[in-house]
Write a protein that binds this ligand. Structure first.
Ligand SMILES: [Mg+2]
Length: 274
């Protein structure tokens, strides 16, 4: 890695830790690299020096696309899409793994050279089919509107007038879902209903890399389900975990990461150095 790129990494990471990344570039450029970040910088440098052996795998919402009040309005900024296209020409694999339905995630990314996996990677599981029917039957009896993603469903409560009442109602839905054999979990202002399959973003990362004979990967994410991918990277020869933090970040996300950025814009700046 070039020296100026190295410095850019170092001050980005330092700015993240101390300022939340909000300070102007010219001030940050005067900052000396901090010793605790040297390991993270070395990980990034190793990943970037052999891109044909490495995968770049990214969550979408809250990671590439800023969180917006209505999930349907989310967009990946054009500058980020251009960056994904550049990375796809350089690395062996660029992939997005999202909790959205695959077609919906594909609509947001819209780049033929970027692999898109929906429903947290559950769509890659051979037993997924039968659970679609069971989920449809479950949702047919739930009065509260859900985002039906075919294999999983999401009950959103962002913007609810009474968040506590919304959570109480969702807790009852979660209990009924578990009684019907599903698993449930909370993400950023959302209750998710999903089939009890041994598939998650972690198994999806391992499947995508193994299929291509890759043993190195960077993964970036902002939410609970991304922790599965962070853990999966331990199985690779080289893994770089990037936490995209916010006020809603789950406990342990930043602690489990090698690098922390303060939002989708800072993540794009980090990707530019790869
Ligand atoms: Mg996310």
């Amino acid at each position: 890695m070039l020296d100026d790129e190295q410095q850019r990494h170092d001050h980005d990471a330092a700015a993240d830790a101390e300022q939340g990344g909000g300070e102007p570039r010219d001030q940050a450029d005067e900052r000396k690299p901090h010793a605790p970040y040297s390991r993270s910088m070395e990980l990034l440098a190793r990943l970037a020096e052999e891109p044909r052996r490495a995968a770049i795998v990214l969550d979408i919402d809250g990671t590439l696309a800023p969180i917006v009040p209505r999930p349907a309005d989310a967009r990946i900024p054009d500058a980020t899409l251009r960056e994904l296209a550049r990375l796809a020409g350089r690395y062996a694999l660029v992939a997005c793994i999202s909790g959205r339905a695959e077609a919906d995630a594909q609509r947001l990314v819209g780049l033929a050279q970027v692999v898109v996996v929906g429903n947290h990677g559950l769509e890659l599981d051979p037993d997924a089919g039968s659970w679609r029917t069971r989920l449809a039957a479950f949702l047919a009896h739930e009065p509260r509107p859900a985002e039906d993603k075919g294999l999983t469903a999401a009950f959103h409560f962002r913007g609810a007038a009474d968040e506590r009442a919304a959570r109480d109602e969702l807790e009852q839905i979660a209990a009924r879902a578990r009684a019907a054999g599903f698993e449930t979990r909370y993400g950023r202002k959302v209750l998710e209903i999903l089939p009890p399959l041994p598939a998650n973003k972690g198994s999806a990362v391992l499947r995508l890399t193994a299929e291509r004979g890759l043993t190195r990967a960077l993964y970036a994410g902002d939410d609970t389900t991304d922790l599965d991918a962070f853990r999966a990277l331990e199985r690779l020869e080289l893994g770089v975990r990037v936490a995209v933090v916010s006020a809603e970040a789950p406990a342990g996300l930043a602690e489990a990461a090698d690098l922390v950025v303060a939002g989708p814009d800072e993540l794009r700046e980090l990707l530019r150095t790869l």
